[in-house]
Design a protein around this ligand. Structure first.
Ligand SMILES: Cc1cc2nc3c(=O)[nH]c(=O)nc-3n(C[C@H](O)[C@H](O)[C@H](O)COP(=O)(O)O)c2cc1C
Length: 211
């Protein structure tokens, strides 16, 4: 199914108010996709990456996350082409500031250029909001990341959310963030060039109990 079809279906259903009219087969397929999402490391991601239209679907999915008072405490910044070159320069700068030279700097540069699309995830947490405490706002950011990754999986792409020391670096953070925002990390996105590592089964009883 093309992204256009996905958007049309989502908007069509919402507009018609017929979200409940989903066939059993569609429910089964949706659950199968949800339960089979996996991460793929950026070094195993290649072209093609998602189109503008597909990225809009991903944003719509992120906006569907539970969000107390609809604060939308996150935003995404997409790096492609020249944007990835700018990210590579930031990583090289990070490397230099940490004493790296030569091949180690090439590695820093390549780190940014592995996946065709990189989505920076930025938290916009309102500390002064006493109705919706910080932990609830961060929970929404996590939901947005999860929904985005699941939407990418449904669209046929693979990705991985990574943070690491670079996301916590103040110079890199300032390149992405406005006043009061926090750079959480990046979702690398592309087409899987290697199979996912088996995640293994986890017993649902591990997290389910009766009160
Ligand atoms: C906000 C956030 C930051 C993450 N940062 C890292 C990271 O820096 N390095 C890493 O190996 N995994 C990181 N992960 C975990 C991976 O994205 C991934 O979920 C994990 O490897 C498990 O793979 P799976 O999604 O296939 O189960 C992060 C996850 C989240 C939600």
């Amino acid at each position: 199914m093309s992204a256009r079809d996905v958007v049309a279906r989502v908007y069509g259903d919402v507009i018609a108010g017929s979200e409940q009219c989903v066939s059993e087969a569609a429910r089964g397929e949706a659950l199968r996709l949800l339960l089979t999402r996996f991460s793929i490391s950026p070094k195993h991601l290649g072209e093609p990456g998602p189109t503008d239209e597909e990225l809009s679907v991903v944003a719509l999915a992120a906006l569907r996350t539970p969000d107390h008072d609809k604060l939308i405490p996150f935003r995404f910044v997409v790096a492609r082409g020249e944007g990835l070159e700018r990210l590579a320069e930031l990583f090289v700068g990070y490397g230099r500031r940490h004493g790296k030279t030569g091949e180690a700097l090439d590695t820093e540069r390549l780190r940014a250029l592995q996946a065709p699309v990189v989505i920076a995830v930025i938290g916009r947490i309102d500390d002064a909001n006493h109705r919706v405490p910080r932990h609830e706002q961060w929970t929404t950011v996590g939901g947005a990341i999860s929904n985005a990754l699941t939407a990418l999986h449904i669209l046929g792409y693979a990705g991985k959310m990574l943070s690491g020391l670079r996301a916590a670096d103040p110079v890199i953070g300032r390149a992405f963030c406005r006043e009061g925002e926090t750079l959480l990390g990046w979702i690398s996105v592309g087409t899987a060039k290697a199979p996912a590592k088996p995640r293994g089964e986890i017993d649902p009883a591990l997290i389910l109990s009766e009160f």
